[in-house]
Every structure is written in C-alpha cells, then in structure tokens.
Design a protein around this ligand. Structure first.
Ligand code: PLP
Length: 421
C-alpha cells in the first residue's frame, strides 16, 4: 500500500507566509531542534525568542513528548467538547486555581486571537444578561491581541489592524492611550477614565505588552485601571497569550501588578508550542451567568484531548520545584536588562531597550530595508530573534543559563556592529 504520492522534490514553496510580502522571501528550512537551538542542514541557530514566544520549555523536551505518546495510547483522536476527558477537566481545575478564580471556569480555543475574541464576546454577553446595554470593548492604542479573526484584529491597536478596519466596523476599539511615562501614567489614566462611559462593557489589556513593542506599565498602573473598572462596573480582560506561563517571572504577568482580572486569556506557552491550544479563564462572577444561559461560542477543537494532555504536562514543568523556572527568569532578567541596555547605549540607531522578565525588545530607529538587513545579520551570526517592524525581540526559553544568555546577546551585538551605514 502506498500512503503518499506527494513529490519528494520540493522545488518551490506553495505556502503563504503570514505578515510578509511573499516576493522577497527566502525561508530557511529547519530540519530539527534541540533545547535552545533550531537547525538547518548546515547551521545551528539559537532560538532567542522561543519562535514567537511559544516554546518556553525548549525543543525536543522528552517529558512533553512522552505526554503525546501517552495520549496516543488511549486511542482517542478527538471527541466533541460535550464529552469530558480527564485531561481537559484537570487542566481547567489547575488553570482556575493558578488564576485564583475559585469556582471559575475555562473555555478552550485554538489560538490567541480566537481566545480574545471569545473572551470579548463572553464579556458582552455577561453584561447583556445583566441588563446592561453596553457593548463596546476598549483596548490600548499600541497593543496586539491577534490577527486571524475580525474581532481580535479590530481590538488590536497596532498597524496590523489597519487593512481590516477598512472593511469592518465593530464595537471593538483600541482607543485607550498607552501609559505616559512622563507623569507615571496619570494623564493617560485620566483620559481612559473619561472614555469608560456606560457604553463600555469591558477593557482588554495585555498582562505585559508584547509584540506591539513591550511598552511597560508604570508601577501600580494596572491596579489603578482595575479600580476604574470596579468603579464603573466594567469587566477587566487580561490577555496573557504572550506574557503568561512565567515569561515575566510571575506565573501570569498581571500578578506582578497585583490585580485580579475577571477574564484571562492564554495560548502559546500553554503547550510550549507542541500543539495548538488556547484558554479563556472566567472568574465565578462571569461564569455563573452561563449556568442558566448557553455559551454562544465555541470551536470544533475546544478542549482537544491531545492538546489538553500536553498542556497538563507543560504545567507540571512550569510548576516543578516550586516554580524554579520562574526564579531563573527573575534572576537572569537582571543580566538581560544590563546587556540589552548596553546594546541600546552603544548604537545610535537603537532607540531603547524595554524588558519585563524575559519579554523584551530593542526598538530601532532605522528604515525598513535596514531592518531587514538586521534580521539577516542576526541569522548570519546564528541567532534568531523575532522582528516586528522596528522592534527586535529578546525572549529566551525560561531555563536559559547565564553563559548562553551572554553568548546570545553578544551575537546580537556582533550582528549590529556589522550593519553598514
Ligand atoms: N495576544 C497577544 C498578546 C499576542 O501576542 C498574540 C500573538 O502574538 C495573540 C494574542 C494572537 O495569538 P494567535 O497568533 O495565536 O492568534
């Protein structure tokens, strides 16, 4: 029996690559990966952004791989979410515990965008069921909450929303000003307070800003935002898709700012990239209304049994040894800050280094063609750092040691020193 008639000689790629002009692409083919490294046939490349802040536990992790094998032995390919599986329900219990949401509930999706869109929808439903006619969800002017769904795109405040906003008009608006550091965020909070009228049902904020540029919150900023939400009966939704699972040295980044959102969304490192899965974690105030009212959203793969098994094993690893991985992030981020700032001070074309734990970026003051050159030089120096427009990210795996961290930042430094004027 022959299982495949696919040609073995792939001479052209028929894949459409997200966010890129296809004409300029010459993707490196990755053939294997191990720990902090990805490999082409000829090169070892340090994966210094966990892909896209996904593979926090590293490549080729035997514990995670074993969980996949264990799941396959059950024989279950898939069951719809009206059936229960032990791994899904165990995962939900753990996620509500970690979020300190007693009696909370978790709904699952496939990725960050659908999690955020469903979270906004559930928030709107919640307010509607409580006889509030409010339907708008606000977010920051510089933010990213996903690009694959209309809702998530329109609530994102960065350039990736522009093409879609031409065609749609929905009550999802990235109009909250990002914190103004000159006055510790006070003026922006005042502006936000004026925006939060009766028409607003919720606000969506990242636990710690990620791909829109790691814009830091002043200390106490989210707490003040939380108080505004409480005062005005607005739900606070916290997007931990990029910042969750220890990336900032806390399990959830918002815990660093000592707040309690009503809804948390997560994806990416939930499964460390071994499968797709996202979660929408609701506190009991929100979830309670769905005891007597249907949840009017969901996906074929909500709570996929394999993905939930993998996520449980990843949680074992994040929580192992009293969250020793998170201690590593807190400890090594001091070095990362130091080295990042040294690079920013050394080159005129680097505007700033901003970092929280292991979620940081160098912001460049360069035209597009030079930025492409920076990305190429990094690869030439055997390091991969995700680039989004003028930001190059530094977000290594949580268990990185000091010497690899130093070596990686040196590779970045060397690459930048090779940039021609
Ligand atoms: N939310 C945040 C904070 C993100 O950084 C991203 C992706 O980078 C998303 C949502 C969207 O996630 P996905 O690409 O899985 O839809």
């Amino acid at each position: 029996m022959s299982f495949s008639n696919v040609t073995k000689n792939i001479y052209r790629s028929s894949s459409l690559i997200p966010w890129m002009k296809q004409g300029y692409l010459n993707s490196l083919e990755i053939v294997k990966a191990q720990g902090h490294f990805i490999y082409t046939e000829k090169k070892q490349i340090t994966d210094f952004t966990c892909g896209a802040m996904v593979v926090s536990l590293g490549h080729n992790n035997a514990h995670v791989q074993n969980s996949i094998m264990d799941h396959l032995k059950t024989g279950i390919a898939y069951v719809p979410s009206n059936f229960s599986t032990i791994n899904r329900d165990y995962l939900s219990d753990r996620l509500v515990d970690l979020s300190n949401f007693p009696k909370g509930k978790v709904l699952y999706g496939n990725g960050g965008a659908d999690a955020n869109e469903m979270a906004c929808f559930l928030a709107q439903e919640y307010q509607g069921l409580n006889n509030k006619s409010s339907s708008r969800i606000l977010s920051f002017q510089q933010s990213f909450h996903g690009g694959s769904t209309i809702g998530a795109s329109l609530i994102s405040g960065d350039a990736r929303r522009v093409t879609k906003s031409k065609y749609y008009c929905l009550p999802w608006e990235p109009i909250m000003p990002n914190p103004n550091w000159l006055d510790n965020g006070e003026s922006s909070l005042e502006e936000i307070s004026n925006l939060l009228d009766d028409s607003v049902s919720g606000i969506l904020v990242e636990g710690s800003s990620g791909s829109a540029g790691c814009i830091l919150y002043p200390e106490g900023y989210l707490k003040k935002l939380e108080n505004l939400c409480l005062e005005k009966d607005i739900l606070l939704i916290c997007d931990e898709v990029m910042s969750g699972f220890g990336r900032t040295g806390f399990f959830w980044a918002h815990q660093k700012q000592d707040i309690k959102p009503d809804i948390i969304t997560c994806a990416k490192a939930l499964t460390s990239g071994y499968t797709q899965l996202s979660g929408i974690i609701l506190n009991d105030r929100v979830s309670e209304v769905f005891q007597e009212n249907p949840v009017m959203c969901g996906l074929t793969y909500s709570g996929h049994p394999l993905a939930c098994t993998v996520a449980n094993r990843c949680l074992d690893l994040y929580l192992d040894n009293d969250m020793i991985l998170l201690d590593n992030v807190n400890e090594k981020s001091i070095l990362l800050n130091k080295l990042g700032n040294q690079i920013a001070n050394k080159y005129d074309f680097v505007k700033e280094y901003r970092n929280n734990g292991f979620l940081g970026c160098l912001e460049f003051n360069l035209p597009e063609e030079k930025l492409v050159e920076v990305s190429n030089l990094l690869l030439k120096n055997n390091i991969y750092c995700m680039r989004i427009r003028h930001n190059i990210f530094t977000s290594p795996m949580l268990g990185i040691d000091e010497s690899l961290l130093e070596e990686s930042m040196n590779q970045i430094d060397t690459a930048l020193s090779q940039l021609e004027n």
